[in-house]
Design a protein around this ligand. Sequence first.
Ligand code: GRF
Length: 199
Amino acid sequence: MKCFNIAFFASHGGSNMQAVLESVNQGRLCSKPALLISNNSESGAIQKAKKYGLPYFHISSLTHPIENERTALIISLLEKYEIDLICLAGYMKLLPKEVIDKVNGQVLNIHPALLPAFGGNGMYGMKVHEAVINSKEKTSGATIHAVNNEYDKGKILLKESVEVSEYDTPQSLADKILTVEHIIYSKAIRMLEQEIISF
Ligand code: GRF
């Protein structure tokens, strides 16, 4: 069994992070959430980190305008907290290569569609669900994948489908998929812990 020290990176609500924190609290994961990095000081993710007593850091181009300094700070936090798994959960920035290398490429992301379809630069949030509905897809879902330096292009580790009904709107589809996301993020971490899947 591998137990990781997890750093979350999130820009918005942080509901996926919360789902993993709950799995840890319920004893379903041996990994340890160690910190949150958010580029948005007003993110729900920071509020949730406060609630769960998770150390959090606001690091953005506002707090650290020089990119090298921003990256160096992130790397120093990864060292300090001995991070060996990064979980992106609605993080709207590309991670610098040095950050990915620092954890030997052990970086996960969750995407609200069945990759490789409906992914890539510009495919985020409601745009994904609008595109799925406009293409008249019968299924969509969520994907956990490894992160490299291209949007949504790393190795696919776990997918879960949902049915798209003719009555679905982008919002109803987003809601349906978010429920699945909250299950599969922890499931993927557990499968990594048990070495059922690997980077
Ligand atoms: C999720 O839909 C996730 O797939 C995408 O961003 C959204 C984040 O939601 N990458 P939350 O911040 O975890 O609530």
